[in-house]
Design a protein around this ligand. Structure first.
Ligand SMILES: [Mg+2]
Length: 193
């Protein structure tokens, strides 16, 4: 079977680090007060921008300034390496599909690969810059898709044959949708399949 995992906030706890840097950026560069509104039903990745009332330019500037530092600093979530190793031992294929954007000189790809190695996360193939994940899911013939983004999950559910699991996070936990299977920890997939 083929498993496709999202990276940020699925394999790693990225939100915590992004929020930390977003508050800093809000105060230092936007003269804001760094206070985040509570958002617990965000359907996409830009919850922090929503929480700080940023516009698109603010987001762009923030990522330009801090993105590389953030993705180097994120911590792996519990049981990730173990769970993927168990799947691999049963001859499953592991794909990591992330929307992390391509920048010059493959720097995102290099940092991401280094981070995966450091955290002993096995994978067969890594795809970055995946904007519409359902397309890759179809192309690769993925059987199981695991992501924290409700938008990605619902698209994959509707447009592919893959079975979908949404990882619960601080920012999507209020979303109720009976169509989507929500799991708290990644090792749950071993029990669900
Ligand atoms: Mg994610």
């Amino acid at each position: 079977m083929k498993y496709a995992f999202d990276l940020d906030d699925t394999l790693s706890d990225t939100a915590t680090v992004i929020n930390e840097y977003a508050v800093k950026f809000d105060k230092e560069f936007l003269n804001g007060d760094g206070k985040m509104k509570v958002i617990d039903d965000s359907v996409d990745y830009y919850y922090f921008a929503e929480a700080l009332n940023w516009n698109k330019d603010n987001i762009r500037e923030f990522f330009k300034q801090y993105y590389l530092e953030i993705i180097e600093k994120v911590k792996v979530k519990p049981l990730v390496a173990e769970t993927i190793d168990k799947l691999k031992k049963k001859n499953n294929k592991i794909y990591i599909i992330t929307a992390r954007r391509k920048r010059e000189e493959n720097e995102i790809e290099n940092i991401t690969k280094k981070w995966l190695d450091k955290n002993k996360i096995y994978y067969d193939e890594l795809y970055i810059n995946a904007k519409e994940k359902f397309r890759l899911v179809n192309e690769l013939g993925i059987d199981y898709f695991i992501d924290d983004s409700y938008k990605n999950c619902i698209e994959v559910l509707e447009k592919t044959k893959a079975q979908v699991f949404m990882i619960e996070t601080e920012f999507n936990k209020q979303i109720k949708d009976n169509k989507i299977k929500i799991i708290k920890n990644i090792n749950r997939i071993l029990k669900e399949i």
